[in-house]
Design a protein around this ligand. Structure first.
Ligand code: FES
Length: 88
């Protein structure tokens, strides 16, 4: 079993900040904690994938840089990449 935390890196470089990265950094840690354990949200500088929204990298995987254009949609866009939600 893998006990390593899932790491979500949220870029707060100039380009991503223009897409309201600070709103994602403010809300995402608490929103993620409501759904998942063992997840860390980290602020990082430029991920060198500028443009088209806030860049979010999952577990150091350059193939999994998600672009968030609307901060309130961050959870909807990130969750499918890091979890299989349990359906009631
Ligand atoms: S400023 Fe965010 S990827 Fe460059």
């Amino acid at each position: 079993m893998n006990n390593q935390p899932t790491v979500i890196k949220v870029c707060n470089g100039a380009g991503c900040n223009a897409w309201d990265a600070s709103d994602i950094l403010r809300d995402l840690p608490e929103n993620v904690a409501d759904f998942l354990e063992n997840v860390k949200v980290c602020e990082v500088s430029c991920l060198k994938s500028c443009g088209g929204g806030v860049s979010i990298q999952l577990n150091e995987d350059n193939e999994k840089i998600v672009k968030i254009r609307k901060p309130h949609q961050a959870m909807d866009q990130i969750l499918p990449h890091i979890a299989s939600p349990i359906r009631a």
